[in-house]
Design a protein. Structure first.
Length: 427
RNA sequence: GGUGAGGUGGGUGAGUGGCUGAAACCACCGGUUUGCUAAACCGGCAUACUUCGAAAGGGGUAUCGCGGGUUCGAAUCCCGCCCUCACCGCCA
């Protein structure tokens, strides 16, 4: 959620930002609506406060009069206060109505894009921020997509998942399972080396937590919900990990706070279908190592760069060809100010697969989370939050299988050998 | 699953209708004292909204788990909800 104060003081910047997000002039009306509701709220509040102050003052007087035994005078004042109560009720309703309406509108306003976010209406307009410097590798003859390789090499089994649970729940087995575990450990070790504190968070969260990172109410349909206990299965480690700092006033010298966590991620993916969801491209449960940072507003974009380098380093070590995109105004996430996507080239499918998304949310998320710090003037300010996948397992596995297939098996990148205990997956 | 206890500021914890935005202690910050450390003493120390002010700062309102009610007045009384802890049972 944007800070109301920010909108009030930077209306033009906000409007400009929304234009980058392709808001129509009509759509931009929302900002004026918010501001006028805010004014209504404030004027109601001022009047309400004045009336409450009067009522409090009279009530105190009544207490005094009773002590002095001046019953008649007390009764007189009582009647006066009773009269005030009606006005107070009215003003209260007025204030709450304006406030609620305003908040509802505010929830519909996305984050203001960073100035570097390119214009554009869809993913075709994303800017290639860093291209793969070499010629893209080609595979001989009949390169296979990962779902075919999976059954050939017994790496994972989606049909078995259907038997146990349903579509979209892969069962990894044998060397596939080992590869999965190897990647998780490799990613966590790399994050630790980069100074991230490892977290093992709960996989189920309550509604406060889901709300604070913005999954509720917007993405309610995307989460699995345990009705009996009113808990949500996490769609990403971002949710429980970032919430560690909900309602916390951080010591300024602790910035940046760097956290990492491996968790399975559960997503209902309601509404998606078609060829592009084959294999591991889109599943209901997948493993992911997430990196999260809570940063000082002055340095959050430097931290974002640092995160980019970290993710790029992982892909370098895995020897996968990749490029980095800077998402355009039409493709950037609702809550993000700046997002970079990492895409790995699949030589088999001959297309780019998204494997990571790294974003700076500036204060948009922390406004709901209430992650704050005291600045030099001892004023509390919102911190900036950032996160990124480092990395999402399912698609990395897919990319590794596809790019590393050879006549006599699938080769494992060197860096994983200590983790897998084997160098090749053979039939 | 059963039974019981309880949710008050950063922490412990007092407080059963007005003098309580909230005692006291601890922690923390500033100062005095001090060879150093410690101790002692003095002072400060919640958050949000709002209003006045150029600012420093001042005023108002709300907040004692959350929501509602009674009352001129609620941390305190009533109703609903949420949560936590302890013990028993079950169990990795």
């Amino acid at each position: 959620m944007l800070e109301l104060n920010y909108i009030r003081n930077n209306k033009e910047t906000v409007l400009q930002g929304l234009r980058i997000r392709n808001f129509s002039e009509e759509g931009l009306q929302i900002i004026d609506n918010i501001l006028s509701l805010d004014e209504a709220r404030r004027s109601a509040q001022t009047q309400l406060d004045n009336n409450l102050a009067e009522s409090n003052r009279l009530s105190k007087e009544i207490g005094g009069l009773y002590k002095q035994g001046k019953r008649d005078e007390a009764e007189e004042l009582k009647a006066k206060v009773s009269g005030l109560k009606e006005v107070i009720k009215e003003l209260e309703t007025k204030k709450n109505q304006a406030a609620t309406e305003m908040e509802t509108l505010l929830l519909d306003v996305p984050n203001i894009p960073h100035e570097s976010v390119p214009p554009g209406t869809n993913s075709d307009h994303n800017e290639v921020y860093q291209a793969w410097p070499q010629t893209l590798p080609e595979l001989e003859g009949d390169a296979k997509p990962h779902w075919e390789l999976a059954s050939e090499y017994n790496i994972f089994d989606l049909e078995l998942g259907v038997k146990i649970t349903g579509a979209g729940f892969p069962v990894f087995r044998g060397k596939g399972a080992r590869l999965e575990r190897a990647l998780i450990n490799f990613f966590l070790d790399e994050a630790a080396k980069a100074g991230y504190e490892e977290i093992v968070p709960p996989l189920l969260v309550n509604k406060h937590t889901a709300k604070a990172t913005g999954q509720l109410p917007d993405k309610e349909g995307q989460m699995y919900y345990v009705e009996k206990d009113k808990l949500y299965l996490i769609p990403t480690a971002e949710v429980p990990v970032t919430n560690i700092y909900r309602d916390v006033i951080v010591d300024e010298k602790d910035f940046p706070i760097k956290l990492t966590g491996y968790t399975p991620c559960f997503r209902r993916e309601a509404g998606s279908y078609g060829a592009h969801v084959r294999g591991l491209n889109r599943v209901h449960q997948f493993d992911k190592v997430e990196i999260v940072q809570i940063a000082h507003p002055d340095t959050s974009y430097q931290q974002l760069d640092e995160m980019l380098e970290h993710v790029a380093g992982l892909l370098d070590k895995l020897e996968l060809p990749y490029r980095i995109l800077r998402l355009c105004g039409g493709d950037i996430g609702f809550t993000s100010a700046l997002t970079y996507d990492f895409e790995v080239w699949s030589a088999a499918q001959e297309k780019w697969l998204e494997v990571s998304s790294v974003s700076n949310f500036v204060t948009y998320q922390s406004n709901r989370l209430k992650v704050r710090f005291k600045d030099a003037d001892n004023k509390s300010r919102l911190a900036h939050t950032l996160n990124g996948s480092a990395l999402a397992l399912a698609r990395i596995v897919a990319a590794l299988l596809e790019n590393n297939q050879t006549e006599d098996g699938i080769t494992i990148p060197k860096v994983l050998h200590p983790y897998t205990g084997f160098t090749k997956i053979v039939k």
